[in-house]
Design a protein. Structure first.
Length: 174
């Protein structure tokens, strides 16, 4: 099945990582490609858990979160190069058919903000074997693309403390 966790609300990555952990606990072979999450120099706490469990993951993208908890906006050419590298990794993993569940975290956001062509995501979906559970997260309003998914969950922001200037906090946002 193809899952899409999208919307402007908090919880897309959290839902995907939760599903990944559930599948891993059930004995499934799982992995994740983190798009747009930055380098190893800034460790997101979910990576600590994945390391402890021995779960395969790959990090692509330049760091967007600054050390003070704020975010970098805008797109650099390096962002596009890293997004393409993420697609190459995902394509190779899918072709190897060695996982039961693959999360492509923020892949939809990279497409929405022009770092990836829609066609790249569509090709991944179209080549996904029936045995593989593919989970895509990120902001996406492309109805045609979301129609390709078997499950679409939209996180809706009603209120967020970021709007009051609260910065990202360790263990909650990262």
């Amino acid at each position: 099945m193809i899952h899409a966790y999208t919307g402007d609300g908090k919880g897309k990555t959290t839902a995907a990582v939760g599903l990944l952990i559930r599948a891993y606990g059930a004995g499934r072979r799982v992995g994740v490609v983190f798009f747009d999450k930055g380098s190893e120099t800034y460790r997101h706490n979910e990576l600590v858990v994945l390391d402890r469990l021995g779960i395969e993951y790959h990090i692509t993208g330049l760091e967007r979160m600054k050390p003070d908890g704020s975010f970098r906006f805008g797109t650099l050419e390096e962002d596009r190069v890293e997004a393409a590298r993420g697609i190459e990794l995902a394509t190779a993993i899918i072709a190897e058919k060695r996982l039961d569940l693959l999360v492509l975290d923020e892949a939809l956001t990279t497409m929405t903000y022009g770092l990836l062509e829609k066609k790249a995501i569509e090709e991944l979906i179209d080549t996904c074997p029936k045995e593989l559970e593919l989970v895509l997260t990120g902001r996406c309003t492309d109805k045609d693309l979301l129609e390709k998914a078997d499950l679409v969950t939209k996180m809706v922001k009603h209120k967020h403390y970021f709007d009051r200037g609260v910065k990202a906090r360790s263990g909650i946002e990262f």
